[in-house]
Design a protein around this ligand. Sequence first.
Ligand code: HEM
Length: 291
Amino acid sequence: MTGEARPPALHARLLSLPPIGRAFEASSEAAHATEFADRDIQAYEVYGFRPVETQRLFWYRWIAGHQISFVLWRAMCDVVSRHPDGVPAERELDVLAACVDGYSAMLLYSSTVPREHYHAYTRVRMALQHPSFSGTWAPDYRPIRRLFRGRFPWQSDPSCAGLGEAIARNGVTHDHIADHLVPDGRSLLQRSAGAPGVSVSREKEDLYDNFFLTVRRPISHAELVAQLDSRIADIAADLAHHGLYPAVDGHHHPVVTTGSGVMDPLVAGALRVLDRAARLVSQLRLEDVRP
Ligand code: HEM
């Protein structure tokens, strides 16, 4: 065999997160010593040409992109909960904005699934899990929903302008990928009998966690960082091998092309944006935070 790189494993893995409202466990100094790996950000092609195992690749991307988003949401929740009243410090606002952009990068990464494939497989599996399966059930999003809505009083402070811009970019990104994958604009929740706005039961949150291979158990902040780190290494290997938009059945399926506004930096820079967020999260010491 000459030069053809082996495809990455693409195994979705179980993610452990603390129960909502529960602080991180204390961790040993040894665990801190193994915090975030120093790595070069690998470049990747936007348009890939290598053969793709379609089912495996896009299932993997859907799960990994969501899991990384959950970790970023959890990190954001811990920063926000430190400041029930006042404005977070500049460094913390940077962490929040970087996490929001990292989440936007994961929206793009997850939604690189070709539309037909999304409707034939991904969406069918979510609808089988529950007919009104919805992002509104995401347990880790609940505590920071107010942040995404700009409802914390401190968010009007001028120092929060950068965070506000990241949140606006995130809104554009979510709307764009939703329109791209579901052009008729109706989510599973809206299609089913359940109307948006109904409160989310514990059972629905568990169904959501369960779908995305997420278990709740006490973990330390160092374990959170380690899980983020290993997932970034995995998606870096995926992107290096397949590109952001792989050719499926001879065609590329771009979600957004370069030169198209606020999502532009994410197309070639998804990994860099994510890595920056992860690096800032790893520098936080949150074991002492009580939500
Ligand atoms: C790529 C992965 C996705 C993630 C991580 C995600 C995440 C979320 C989250 C966290 C919410 C709750 C927002 C809130 O309560 O303020 C939400 C709501 C929503 N999402 Fe997504 N979303 C994704 C993909 C999609 C897609 C493909 C659609 C296409 C229809 C979509 C349509 C909606 C709609 C319409 C809502 C409003 C509530 C509802 O009707 O379910 N999302 N999403």
